[in-house]
Ligand binder design. Structure first.
Ligand SMILES: Cc1cc2nc3c(=O)[nH]c(=O)nc-3n(C[C@H](O)[C@H](O)[C@H](O)COP(=O)(O)O)c2cc1C
Length: 249
């Protein structure tokens, strides 16, 4: 495999949930936002909110909220005498594409400066609260939050699927053996780090299923199955949050 400093930074990525209390300076923040902004974009449909208040998640010194932002676009379209006719759902998808690329660039830029970070995926479900806190206008939707600071923990990178389970040339094909190998790589990798045990992050079973797992064998594929086999059945909660932020279809 090829290697260079950029690839090394990317291959060494890990989500950090423990931080020192050293506060990254304004210049550091400016550098990482500028680098992140240089991500490719469809329409720059994002804004980033920053909080340096006390009591942030994981006791991080910085909390960024990356938002899909359709409001800014409409401001200058108005000046040009245009009104948006593109539907909110389509705009939301383009916004998610733009915002996600810039968010990941923030992670990589941060890591190149010695910073660690961790995304918080429940952000869209707290959109209304965030909208009030930051006084967001309609058309701005909090997509994902990112805690950031200097790492106070050291551990190896987490596993990923084998390449053959990720990259399909010309034809998409998954065999039983490939599935077994992918599950093994993920589960053994996370177990070797004691990942779920350290975080006490075992998801409780709801309903009839009997608990047969301990932290000895509870790992990624069981965790992710419990998540998406039990949570978020009804789309209404998310649709309500989008509506509160002025997005509807
Ligand atoms: C969109 C997204 C949402 C995430 N949400 C959370 C979260 O709410 N809490 C958390 O502790 N980690 C969260 N993570 C971090 C993942 O758990 C982590 O990226 C994954 O386990 C792989 O580990 P690594 O980033 O250290 O390689 C999130 C990551 C992404 C990309």
């Amino acid at each position: 495999m090829e290697t260079n400093p950029v690839l090394e930074t990317m291959l060494n990525h890990k989500s950090v949930r423990r931080y020192t209390q050293e506060k990254p300076g304004d210049e550091v923040i400016e550098s990482l936002i500028r680098a992140a902004q240089q991500a490719p974009f469809a329409s720059q449909l994002y804004s980033v909110l920053l909080s340096r208040k006390a009591k942030l998640p994981f006791r991080a010194p910085l909390l960024f909220t990356i938002c899909v932002d359709i409001y800014k676009l409409e401001l200058f379209m108005g000046r040009r005498g245009w009104e948006r006719v593109s539907n909110d759902l389509g705009m939301l998808f383009f916004g998610i594409q733009d915002a996600s690329l810039m968010a990941q660039n923030m992670v990589t830029a941060g890591e190149s400066l010695g910073l660690g970070s961790c995304f918080l995926g429940s952000t869209p479900y707290r959109a209304e609260r965030i909208k009030k806190e930051y006084k967001l206008p309609d058309g701005v939707f909090p997509l994902v939050q990112l805690t950031m600071g200097y790492p106070a923990e050291e551990f190896p990178p987490r596993p990923r699927y084998p390449l053959a389970f990720t990259l399909f040339e010309d034809e998409y094909k998954i065999t039983d053996e490939m599935l077994t190998e992918a599950m093994r790589a993920m589960d053994e990798g996370y177990l070797a780090q004691g990942y779920y045990e350290k975080q006490k992050a075992r998801i409780k079973l709801q309903g009839e299923r009997e608990e047969t797992f301990t932290y000895e064998n509870y790992s990624w594929t069981e965790h992710i199955s419990r998540k998406w086999g039990q949570w978020l059945k009804d789309p209404q909660e998310l649709l309500d949050q989008l509506k509160k932020c002025g997005l509807e279809w």
